[in-house]
Write a protein that binds this ligand. Structure first.
Ligand code: PLP
Length: 346
């Protein structure tokens, strides 16, 4: 079969042979009874890397974020999010359905909100108002185009939030991409937040799983909510083993994913009919806008698919490409060649 270059998402990465071998040999037990040593090892390792007290292995980023919201808030609370936040846009309305929460959205700049915007969004005490109890941040910002929030910016936002008595949850699905981009230890980047969810099944290449970290007390509450949502797993050490392998072996590679995204962006930026804000191409996500009347994103995605290149239509004129460990330099060359042929035609 002809080769497919799959740039839809970094979630498409498949576990390597070495990872599968580690999974097959994992020591396991019943994790609902707290008896799976490999799950415990992953949870402790994740907590140590993030500089937090405890960790909780969950099946997906969505589950990690949602149990975090449940553990931090009460029904009827208001929580602050950037307008395109994954927690608000892409998690099936769970914050309302499960948490009974009101979202207060702030229109950010490339996925980032400012401390001034945050201050204005927090409700003052008034019998008529819901209580604002949580700030959610996202780093890197998926819909911002993989953009990074710096250590200083994170600290400023968490200081404001804590000053008003709010807790802070970080949707850090791709927090390692942010840390690699900034060249700082990940714990430095997350030191001010109360909880972090990060994904093992994206650029880190594990088949399943995310980890939520925070204080011991918070994780105990989250563990109970995980069980409530059906996320209490049994011999899940088989999955956790892949996560441990990913944390030990696959973080460094992210820098190369960023390099490939940059190369693709710079090549595409030279083609007619496309616009790319190169400032936003910081990590492994690339947003490309079509600036031609006669072509929309679903058409471009279809034409690319016929040539063996997979991408995602994000809006009418916007296409997303994501680099990851299962694509290489030659795949990017091929993608550029195909895109050039498409955009030069007519
Ligand atoms: C992918 C993603 C999630 C959720 O991950 P799933 O494992 O697909 O549920 C959460 N937040 C962000 C920013 C993401 O990109």
């Amino acid at each position: 079969m002809e080769k497919i270059v799959d740039l839809r998402s970094d979630t498409v990465t498949k576990p390597s042979l070495a990872m599968r071998e580690i999974m097959a040999k994992a020591e396991v037990g019943d994790d609902v009874y707290g008896e799976d040593p490999t799950v415990r090892q992953l949870e402790e390792m994740a907590a140590a890397i993030m500089g937090k007290e405890a960790g909780l292995f969950v099946v997906s980023g969505t589950m990690g974020n949602q149990v975090a919201l449940l553990a931090h808030t009460s029904r009827g609370d208001e929580i602050i999010l950037e307008a395109n936040a994954h927690i608000y846009t892409y998690e099936v309305g769970a914050l309302a359905v499960l948490g009974g929460l009101l979202p207060k959205l702030i229109e950010g700049n490339k996925g980032k909100i400012s401390p001034e915007q945050l201050k204005k969004a927090i409700r003052p005490l008034n019998i008529h108002f819901p209580q604002t109890t949580l700030l959610c941040l996202e780093n890197t910002s998926n819909f911002g185009g993989g953009t990074v929030i710096s250590v200083e910016e994170m600290d400023q936002l968490t200081d404001v939030a804590h000053g008003y008595g709010l807790k802070v949850h970080l949707d850090g699905a791709r927090i390692f991409n942010a840390a690699v981009y900034l060249g700082v230890p990940v714990r430095e980047l997350v030191k001010g937040v109360d909880s972090v969810m990060f994904c093992l099944a994206k650029g880190l290449g594990a088949p399943v799983g995310s980890v939520l970290v925070g204080s011991k007390e918070f994780i105990e509450k989250a563990r109970k909510y995980r069980k409530m949502l059906g996320g209490g797993l049994r011999q899940s050490g088989i999955l956790a083993a892949a996560g441990i392998y990913a944390l030990e072996n696959n973080i460094e590679r992210l820098a190369y994913d960023h390099l490939l995204a940059r190369k693709l962006a710079e090549g595409l930026a030279e083609l007619p009919g496309l616009y790319i804000d190169l400032d936003t191409v910081q990590t492994n996500i690339l947003m490309v806008d079509i600036v031609r009347e006669d072509l929309n994103s679903t058409q471009l995605v279809d034409i690319l698919k016929d040539e063996g290149v997979l991408s995602s239509a994000i809006s009418e004129k916007r296409v997303r490409f994501v680099t990851h460990r299962d694509v290489g330099d030659k795949d990017i060359d091929y993608t550029l060649q195909v895109m050039s042929k498409i955009m030069m035609a007519k």
